[in-house]
Design a protein around this ligand. Structure first.
Ligand code: GLC
Ligand code: CA
Length: 548
């Protein structure tokens, strides 16, 4: 029987390098995490997802792993990890790890061996191909850095990298590689971790022959040949078997996935993934990628939410998130920095009360915002740099930087703002990356003391959700679908109903109530303002009613 415990829970995501520096070298680490476990627990979450904390050259900040069974020395060691794990468990927090197995670092010993020759024990661990008449093996683009192929003179061959050059794709068709994956899973499960978030997992099985993609598609043209590839369910089934030996759960990242293909992973007793991250709702202010920015469109956002709520209902379980380490900060996107507190709290209620397991990303709970850097050289994310140098190169520098401001993953990766002291209390020394200038106003300490703060609102939302069977298990229904400024949804369970009202407007607006409720006969259980008006919503006001 597949595990179910993750359904009632909520999780906090740690991107360790910027979370909290515990030994004052400017880099976040497991000592800092250990010190902040009680804080994490105080939010009302039930578990932690660690973005990669393994040894890595950091070409993609941990998503390029050079040793799967160890901890990056900058973050601590296995003993320190064990301490964090034990304390987390002692205070009732589950811990899940990132499992990045589509690719390794090019500095992983497997790759260092593999690239040496065509006949060594690791030569088939990666996807090597000959060039075609002096050209690349096919026309695929990588996500992060130019074409998806890199030449290695030692083998006189090219290796495939769907992401950065320093992230060669593993050859999952090789049973030895799959055995390595299982051994990695067992290593962490034996230590006591509770599950994995499987990185870009829908990409690990590539179509035979690696056919050319459509040449005119600007992003990821090879995707039809590696997304949900031919042997994906077989391979994930094998990994699932390992997982079933433990009481663990599997969360898969599915870039560009649809409800239809996601259900094939998540439905039924023999599911290979328990839940998945989809990206549909992260596209409400852009086209294809966040780099192609568009004005925020609430109707588009609501459509994505409602689609997943409806189509998974009774068949599979949703994940709920609006931030992680791959997306700019949500207040700067779907909210409004001028109404920082109001929009930050409203955004919390807009997603946490849907059906599914919420994930809160570090700093989201205090409403951290995008950072503005004045030169591309100050950015460190490989995809931001590529985008800057690849597209729109004729535009003025200011315009291009504005695009990066809207899209860079670095905005989610600035040090967490703990207080208003030097370096925002993140570290006693100069941090590895820029602290957002707004840290004197936006930080954990000031928000702890303010009952209306974003921080305290997140706590209230998570607590209310945990204690409400309507929110946990109820059906979902959306009202006023076409309204460009108002998001209203109802949850219902065993005759009980909860109505969530979210204004996305910076102006006051009339409070619309679904006809069937006429006058709101119900108890107001949550509101992000100290007082509320019968007929009017204030800017970015949110309310939650239990209806009679
Ligand atoms: C996932 C990760 C992202 C990483 C990419 C390649 O999308 O979330 O951070 O860059 O995979 O591993
Ligand atoms: Ca440190």
């Amino acid at each position: 029987m597949a595990c179910e415990w993750y359904k009632g829970m909520s999780f906090y995501q740690i991107w360790i390098r910027s979370f909290k520096d515990g030994n004052d070298d400017g880099i976040g680490d497991l000592y800092g995490v250990y010190d902040k476990l009680d804080y994490i627990k105080s939010l009302g979450v039930d578990g932690i997802w660690f973005s990669p904390i393994y040894p890595s050259p950091n070409a993609d900040f941990g998503y390029d792993i050079s040793d799967y069974k160890n901890i990056h020395p900058e973050y601590g060691d296995l003993d320190q990890f064990k301490k964090v794990l034990d304390k987390a468990h002692a205070i009732g927090l589950k811990v899940i790890m990132d499992l990045v197995i589509n690719h390794t670092s090019d500095e992983h010993p497997w790759f260092i061996e593999s690239k040496k020759s065509k006949d060594n024990p690791y030569s088939d661990y990666y996807i090597w191909r000959d060039g075609k008449k002096g050209k690349l093996p096919n026309n695929w683009d990588s996500m992060f850095e130019g074409k998806a192929w890199e030449y290695m003179p030692e083998r006189d061959q090219y290796y495939l990298h769907l992401f950065a050059k320093k992230q060669p794709d593993l050859n999952m068709d090789n049973p030895k590689v799959r055995d390595e994956v299982k051994s990695i899973m067992r290593f962490w499960l034996d230590m006591g971790v509770d599950g994995f978030r499987e990185d870009v997992i829908t990409f690990i099985s590539k179509a035979d022959g690696l056919p050319n993609g459509l040449p005119f598609i600007p992003v990821a043209n090879g995707m039809p040949y590696y997304k949900d590839g031919p042997r994906i369910h077989e391979y994930l089934g094998e990994f699932r078997e390992v997982c079933n030996e433990y009481d663990c759960f599997l969360l898969g990242e599915g870039p560009m996935t649809t409800t239809r293909s996601a259900l094939r992973y998540m439905e039924g007793e023999n599911r290979t993934l328990d839940i998945m991250f989809n990206f549909d709702h992260m596209m409400a202010d852009c086209f294809l990628t966040e780099y192609i920015h568009r004005p925020f469109n609430l109707v588009k956002l609501k459509k994505a939410y409602s689609k997943w709520q409806k189509e998974l209902n009774g068949r599979a379980w949703n994940t709920l998130y609006i931030e992680n380490h791959d997306h700019p900060r949500v207040i700067s996107r779907y909210g409004n920095e001028k109404f920082h507190r109001e929009s930050g709290t409203m955004l919390a209620a807009s997603f946490i009360f849907q059906q599914g397991t919420p994930f809160i990303y570090q700093g989201q709970e205090i409403g951290m915002t995008n950072i503005r850097l004045d030169s591309i050289d100050k950015y460190v994310d490989v995809s931001s740099k590529t985008n800057y140098h690849r597209f729109h190169t004729r535009e003025a520098i200011e315009k291009r930087l504005e695009r990066i401001y809207h899209s860079s993953r670095d905005s989610a990766r600035t040090p967490v703002q703990w207080d208003d002291s030097w370096h925002a209390g993140f570290s006693a020394v100069e941090p590895w990356f820029y602290v957002n200038d707004n840290y004197p106003e936006i930080n954990v300490k000031v928000e702890e003391d303010d009952p209306l703060s974003i921080l305290n609102f997140y706590r209230k939302c998570l607590e209310y959700r945990k204690n409400s069977d309507v929110i946990l298990w109820g059906n979902y229904r959306e009202f006023f679908r076409k309204d460009p400024l108002l998001y209203e949804y109802e949850r219902s369970y065993k005759g009980k109903k909860v109505l969530v009202i979210c204004s996305f407007s910076e102006h006051r607006m009339p409070l619309l109530i679904p006809k069937e409720y006429k006058d709101l006969h119900g108890k107001l259980v949550l509101c992000n303002y100290a007082s509320h008006d019968k007929k009017v919503l204030k800017p970015y006001e949110t309310r939650v009613y239990e209806l009679k």
